[in-house]
Design a protein around this ligand. Structure first.
Ligand code: EPZ
Length: 417
């Protein structure tokens, strides 16, 4: 089993470049099936989720070549609309292929993605929206059999600003007859990146980043080259690593606008932050100040994907912090693992109360999900003694060469695959 072995106590300092955003790469890789031509994507991180998306693209007849951080995807050879079940079950966000393959082929068969470590992850908003656009979707034996002779532009009101549902509707609407309007759409920066990508292909999408998005159906799309936006959650995680180790870090290739809510909380806990163009410098205080409350919300609120990393910071702050997780049902699994390291955390449903302690001590802990695992690594960097973070595979899903990056900043860390 893969594990990180960390000896805490070193202050992290130095410069790091943030790579392309996982949650932008995944929907854009799905979007490459739309044009039936060559797509060249730059700044693609080396992540296990990207490997799974690559395997899915190859399984339906596309060719994918990686050269460094550039991925070339030719979807002209697409000859299959059935997504392999084992790959869907390995990565639930492959549900994003639903809209794209339906738009390209008029048919798609995909297994129900099911839940994951952080909650049941329903897709009712995805299915209801695609049905409103004219798709016939039959759910049988754990599979979704979808067909649409012609998808029609329509007005869609989302009950919740779901990121995945917003992306699936955009992808399904690109060739639809007429204009599709999405109200109460997700406003995450990754949606804007998807809009820019589709428009660079010749699509007609507008409004991404706001609560209302318009997609005008077009007949054809062309080849495209695109640079993926930086990963705001990886940027936040690196900043948190410097914050928890009393360090000093300089990030380049970040978009400060995308992480304002994270920067605000880091300043609230005593970090000195200077953002300039696409760089951010953070200098940590000797002792982190307890932030009264952290409530996760859809963008531009505080991101749920940074909740566990912020909790790691608060375990060694000078007071009490209240966490409210409004997005996912079961996203506090890292709390019990942090407690094994000496943290004082009380969890009750979607609320967790963290009382800062003087110091954490190294222990053997379990990464239960991607961001919870990242939080355990942050805690280990500050803990006294050695920590073993097991099930490192979860962390490989969203962090590219994390061991090398943290080592370059002065961490005493080894990753045993
Ligand atoms: C995306 O997941 C991200 N994943 C998640 O990042 C992120 O946490 C999440 O958005 C919220 O920002 C990718 O982009 C690949 P949602 P997604 O649909 O699209 C409920 C990470 O660590 N919901 O906005 O699945 C759902 O149960 C990952 O990088 C429905 O009820 O998120 C959840 O409670 C984790 N019905 C809430 O909405 C639906 O049809 C948010 O889900 C769809 C969603």
């Amino acid at each position: 089993m893969s594990k990180f072995v960390i000896v805490g106590g070193n202050k992290l300092s130095g410069e790091v470049r943030v790579g392309g955003a996982k949650n932008s790469v995944l929907p854009i890789m799905a979007a490459t099936v739309l044009n039936g031509k060559l797509n060249v994507l730059h700044d693609i991180p080396k992540l296990s989720d990207v490997i799974i998306m690559t395997e899915i693209l190859e399984s339906i007849g596309c060719t994918v070549e990686r050269e460094g951080t550039t991925l070339s995807i030719d979807s002209s050879g697409l000859n299959n609309y059935q997504i392999p079940e084992n790959l869907v079950r390995e990565m639930r966000s492959s549900i994003i292929f639903l809209g794209a393959i339906l738009a390209r082929c008029g048919k798609v068969v995909i297994s129900y993605p099911g839940g994951c470590e952080i909650g049941p992850r329903p897709i009712d908003l995805h299915l209801r929206s695609l049905r409103e656009m004219g798709a016939k979707i039959v759910e049988k034996h754990g599979f979704l059999f979808c067909e649409a002779k012609e998808l029609k532009g329509t007005e869609i009101q989302l009950d919740f600003p779901s990121v995945g549902a917003t992306e699936n509707i955009i992808l399904a609407a690109v060739f639809a007859k007429g204009t599709t309007t999405i109200r109460n759409a997700a406003r995450e920066p990754e949606i804007i990146d998807l809009e820019n990508y589709i428009n660079a292909m010749g699509g007609k999408v507008s409004g991404a980043g706001s609560a209302t998005i318009y997609i005008e159906g077009v007949e054809e799309l062309n080849s495209v080259e695109h640079q993926i936006i930086p990963d705001r959650i990886v940027a936040g995680t690196y900043l948190a690593a410097a914050a928890i180790t009393k360090g000093n870090i300089f990030l380049n290739n970040v978009i400060p606008e995308h992480i304002q809510s994270i920067l605000y909380k880091l300043k609230e806990c005593g970090c000195h932050i200077v953002s300039k163009n696409n760089t951010i410098r953070l200098e940590a205080p000797e002792k982190l100040i307890a932030v009264d409350s952290i409530k996760t919300l859809p963008y531009p609120g505080f991101p749920t994907d940074m909740q566990s990393q912020m909790m790691a910071l608060m375990t060694v702050s000078d007071g009490i912090s209240v966490f409210i997780e409004t997005i996912f049902e079961n996203r506090f699994k890292h709390a019990e693992e942090l407690t094994r390291m000496g943290a004082s955390i009380k969890v009750d449903g979607r609320v967790a109360i963290v009382k800062g302690v003087k110091k954490l001590t190294g222990a053997t802990v379990n990464a239960k999900d991607l961001r919870g695992g990242a939080a355990l690594i942050l805690a280990a960097l500050a803990a006294e003694g050695k920590t073993i973070v097991e099930h490192g595979k979860h962390i490989e899903r969203g962090y590219d060469h994390l061991e090398e990056v943290l080592k370059s900043l002065g961490a005493n860390i080894k990753y045993l695959k």
